[in-house]
Design a protein around this ligand. Structure first.
Ligand SMILES: NC(=O)c1ccc[n+]([C@@H]2O[C@H](COP(=O)([O-])OP(=O)(O)OC[C@H]3O[C@@H](n4cnc5c(N)ncnc54)[C@H](OP(=O)(O)O)[C@@H]3O)[C@@H](O)[C@H]2O)c1
Length: 215
């Protein structure tokens, strides 16, 4: 697949490395193809390239949203919803508000970033995933004391099946499907538990495991 990774931050690079190492081609979507982060992202992922958001999305089979929440609506406006219509769009964002100095949810129940993104991209098949783990453990996740689980939510069964395949190829066991995109708020609240634990301890090597899950 040709994968448009929208954004050029640490999550973008981590997931781009995952896709590239599994034989997919990666194009980063960015506001500035010659900007520092775009150049660093392309240098970090062999075979990748960078293009303006719209161009990256237009040429891709699927996309991954790795933008900061404050920049996501603008990034998707620059991308153009039509360029993602009918495609799998994995949403990795957490809708964080840093204005008080400590991360808090900017959007919450009954809404969510995932649901807002689905509204901004009405023709796309948005699947929330990867938002409950640090960038460095999104691919080949390893934990000394067990296996972590990934949770997903999205409306389209085929898009979720494709996301499951991607997660498995990245080293995750079968993810926990929480339902349609209206359940994205649960994944974003779960991320807040993960973030609160990390911020209070300055420790980011933790993940969630659903014990006794149905086989
Ligand atoms: N860091 C983690 O470990 C982690 C874990 C789970 C989830 N997340 C979530 O994943 C997302 C990415 O996190 P990150 O730390 O990798 O990156 P980030 O520093 O939050 O930003 C990523 C990208 O957002 C784009 N962006 C920012 N403002 C924009 C604007 N006004 N318009 C258009 N694009 C804009 C930038 O791309 P360009 O400048 O190239 O356009 C930037 O490279 C966030 O939503 C975060 O909450 C992060």
């Amino acid at each position: 697949m040709k994968v448009a990774v929208l954004g050029t931050g640490q999550v973008a690079i981590a997931l781009a490395k995952g896709f590239a190492s599994r034989g997919h081609s990666v194009v980063f979507g960015t506001r500035d193809v010659q900007g520092k982060t775009a150049l660093e992202a392309v240098a970090a992922v062999s075979g990748s390239s960078a293009a303006p958001y719209a161009e990256a999305a237009k040429s891709a089979d699927m996309a991954v949203i790795t933008t900061s929440w404050s920049g996501t609506q603008n990034a998707l406006q620059l991308t153009g919803a039509a360029h993602l219509a009918g495609k799998l769009v994995i949403d990795v964002t957490n809708p964080l508000d840093f204005s008080t100095g400590k991360p808090a949810l900017a959007v919450g129940f009954p809404s969510s970033a995932g649901q807002q993104i689905q509204q901004w991209l009405p023709g796309a098949h948005v699947v929330k995933a990867f938002n409950i783990i640090t960038a460095t453990r999104m691919v080949d996740p390893k934990f000394e004391d067990g296996q972590a689980d990934m949770f997903i939510a999205g409306n389209d069964a085929a898009a979720k099946a494709k996301t499951v395949d991607i997660l498995k190829s990245f080293g995750w066991r079968t993810p926990v499907d929480m339902g349609d995109i209206s359940k994205a708020y649960l994944l974003e609240a779960l991320a807040m538990i993960w973030i609160e634990y990390g911020v209070s301890r300055n420790y980011w090597a933790h993940g969630f495991s659903l014990l006794g899950a149905q086989k």
